[in-house]
Design a protein around this ligand. Structure first.
Ligand code: NAI
Length: 252
């Protein structure tokens, strides 16, 4: 591993880092030498994880509780982030989905998805970049979605939030460019995680795989590899971009 690929001596924050794509990103950062702060929603589960030497990777991962659907929990978390002495990497990964047609989608559901998928990443990036700007270096990666580029019936709230996140990435990149902070988005296609298994049946997953030019769903590690490049010192000139990692699905 070159010095630019290594995260030795760096601190990285990954929201929603306890499972799925977030957990794969945490694992990849740990292997590359970073100290990682990973958030989870359930304070009790977070307490247990912090006592587990396997989960903490012998002290390399610290779990923080944060529920972005609850303003007080989010505010506590943001204050902790702003209080960090150093932070080189921030990955806004936490996200939720509700698949319901526009006629049936409630305002409360729309609001919840907006809160978790768009408002929280803005506030987290704002807090993180204040710490990064002090050192004149930082990398923010927002996990968006193919539904941040295209759409499908039943995804009004999710698509709006992810399109918003891609747009937000561009403005953050512009606002933070003078501070040495590069901001990009990674947009996963269909990835095998709990979120996918909860929202799709086995038949739906097989039918989706058949629609992907590469003929299969992605593994979370395939997202983590792209995130790692964008979050590393090796990335010196990509900012404000959205890298779509979807096996070719969105180009057909
Ligand atoms: P997942 O459901 O396995 O994990 C989501 C993570 O977000 C969990 O760690 C969870 O604790 C956290 N989270 C959920 N609600 C939260 C809240 N209110 N406050 C704080 N944290 C919260 O999901 P998965 O599949 O790993 O997705 C990760 C990201 O990738 C999400 O932003 C998702 O929208 C995006 N994505 C996933 C795709 C897939 O096929 N799995 C495809 C495209 C995008």
């Amino acid at each position: 591993m070159s010095a630019e690929q290594s995260f030795q001596g760096q601190t990285a924050l990954v929201t929603g880092g306890t499972r799925g794509i977030g957990a794969a990103i945490v694992q990849a950062l740990v292997q590359a030498g970073a100290q990682v702060i990973a958030t989870g929603r359930d304070p009790e589960a977070v307490r247990r994880l912090n006592q587990d030497p396997v989960a903490t990777q012998e002290g390399q991962v610290a779990y923080w509780a944060a529920d972005f659907a609850h303003p007080a929990s989010l505010a506590d978390f943001l204050a902790k982030v702003e209080g960090l002495e150093r932070l080189e990497v921030c990955v806004n990964n936490a996200g939720i989905n509700v698949i319901r047609s526009t006629n049936e989608l409630s305002e409360a559901e729309f609001e919840l998805i907006d809160r978790v998928n768009l408002r929280a990443p803005f506030l987290v990036a704002q807090a993180a970049s204040r710490v990064m700007a002090r050192a004149g270096y930082g990398r923010v990666v927002n996990i968006a979605s193919i539904w941040g580029v295209i759409s499908k019936p039943g995804r009004a709230a999710y698509t709006a939030s992810k399109h918003g996140l891609v747009g937000l990435t561009k403005t953050l990149a512009l606002d933070l460019a003078p501070t040495g902070v590069l901001v990009n988005a990674v947009s996963p296609g269909f990835t095998l995680t709990e979120l996918t298994r909860d929202s799709l049946s086995a038949e739906e997953m097989a039918s989706l795989a058949a629609q992907v030019p590469l003929g299969r769903l992605a593994q979370p590690e395939e997202m983590a590899r792209v995130v790692l490049f964008l979050a590393s010192r090796e990335n010196t000139y990509i900012t404000g971009q959205n890298i779509v990692v979807d096996g070719g699905f969105s180009i057909v």
